[in-house]
Design a protein around this ligand. Structure first.
Ligand code: PMP
Length: 428
């Protein structure tokens, strides 16, 4: 059996940076990634047999824990009937019904294969429906890797987008306007100036791609009002928050209704799935009901639908989200107390079962505050936790995720590792 190091050396010669998705490479935290052999409940095991408590859960979808017998059983049953049909299948209808039941603003939905496809399709729809070209996103929000989203803010709220990835044509990036999240006035001014050109505003209602930053009171409603007033569509990217911060997602948690919603991760139960949906009159502009084109050979795949439906069944158990939130709070409160005890400047955020850890004493509410936290300290903490068998996201700009398999004993084990790690930081 090859070691992690040997595998990474081989991978480096075969894949860009040795990985198929950038953050996995541990580039920002230093060191080399481990290669997972198997996963079960709250744990990952690497190829060398080392066990890690997993605080990412495949970046969100493993909300009932890895390898849950119900999800695995549903997949095994579906596989017995074939892997892909290329025709409609009944599970797609059950999935669409389940999504509409849990997220009522989604009257009509379309399945795709990833979060990127969902967001990319949603903005095409917003543009096609409104006949406008510009879209608005927030600095520090990530909506997948489609060209329109690889744009971050320059200084000031009304800055036109500039590509921050080579390969994104400036002409396209210029159509993406960026705003600072949680700034009420910046959004008002942008819409006052350019509102009649804006097709849609896309937002992670709880941004989880600049660490985890809850919206200020009334902020999402403010965005709703601006979009309504200026005839732009409000798109909630609930790829992370969907079915996690509450059963009905962030829109249920905050009581704000978007026109369109994008979903991913959890609805596939670990299989590659995404979806977008929303108001019937808007969604019916999508082909073949309407003229806006979007398609997918593997979309609505029967095995992926089976996994997702089994997962959605489990999370509808009474009290599921309340319990997961309670455990997440146990973890964030425990970490805060340990950091305070060790004299480390530290703060946490939490919405439902999504959390953020910041090496700063400040309460973090903005991208500027998140990026001003002590990244070197986060990196040392990440490494110390990893050595003690706890796997945090390998970047200071990612949210953390707990699953229902993380019981109090597992949380206590995480806190024991954190006590040592904070003390190590304090003595450095
Ligand atoms: N939207 C959000 C909010 C995300 O967090 C992500 C991925 N982390 C995406 C979209 C893109 O999803 P995918 O990686 O499945 O393309």
């Amino acid at each position: 059996m090859s070691s992690n190091h040997e595998l990474f050396q081989r991978a480096l010669t075969l894949m860009p940076g040795g990985v198929n998705s950038p953050v996995r490479a541990f580039k920002s935290v230093g060191g080399e990634p481990f290669f997972t052999e198997r996963a079960d409940g709250p744990y990952l095991w690497d190829v060398e047999g080392k066990r890690y408590i997993d605080l990412i859960g495949s970046w969100g979808p493993m909300i009932v824990g890895h390898n849950h017998p119900s999800v695995r059983g549903a997949v095994e049953k579906a596989i017995g009937k074939g892997l892909s049909f290329g025709t409609p299948c009944p599970a797609e209808i059950t999935m669409a019904e389940t999504i509409s039941k849990l997220v009522p603003s989604i009257e009509v939905s379309r399945m795709v294969n990833s979060g990127t496809e969902a967001t990319m399709s949603a903005i095409r729809l917003a543009r096609g429906f409104t006949g406008r070209s510009r879209i608005v996103k927030f600095e520090g929000c990530y909506h997948g890797h489609a060209d329109a989203f690889l744009v971050k803010a320059g200084s000031g709220a009304l800055t036109f987008g500039a590509p921050n990835s080579p390969g994104v044509p400036t002409a396209l990036a210029d159509l993406t306007l960026t705003l600072p999240f949680n700034d009420f006035d910046a959004a008002t001014h942008l819409f006052d100036e350019l509102g009649s050109d804006i097709a849609g505003l896309i937002v992670e209602p709880v941004p989880g791609n600049m660490n985890c930053i809850p919206p200020r009171d009334g902020y999402l409603q403010h965005l709703r009002d601006l979009c309504s007033r200026h005839g732009a569509l409000l798109i909630f990217d609930e790829v992370m928050t969907g079915f996690r911060v509450a059963l009905g997602g962030a829109q249920a948690h905050y009581g704000v209704t978007p026109d369109l919603t994008t979903l991913g991760k959890i609805i596939g139960g670990g299989m590659p799935v995404g979806a977008y949906g929303g108001r019937r009159d808007i969604m019916n502009q999508i082909a073949p009901a309407g003229p806006i084109y979007q398609a997918g050979t593997l979309s609505g795949n029967p095995v992926a639908m089976a996994a997702g439906l089994a997962m959605l069944e489990l999370i509808q158990a009474p009290g599921f989200h309340a319990e997961l939130s309670r455990r997440t709070q146990l973890l964030t409160d425990g970490l805060q107390a340990l950091a305070d005890g060790a004299g480390i400047a530290f703060s946490t955020t939490r919405v439902g079962a999504m959390f953020g850890l910041f090496f700063t004493a400040q309460k973090v509410e903005t991208y500027a505050q998140a990026t001003a936290s002590d990244l070197a300290r986060f990196n040392r903490f990440f490494t110390a936790m990893l050595e003690r068998g706890v796997y945090l996201a390998p970047s200071a700009y990612e949210a953390g995720f707990l699953s229902m398999a993380h019981d109090e004993a597992v949380i206590a084990e995480i806190l024991r590792a954190a006590r040592d790690s904070f003390e190590l930081l304090a003595s450095a």
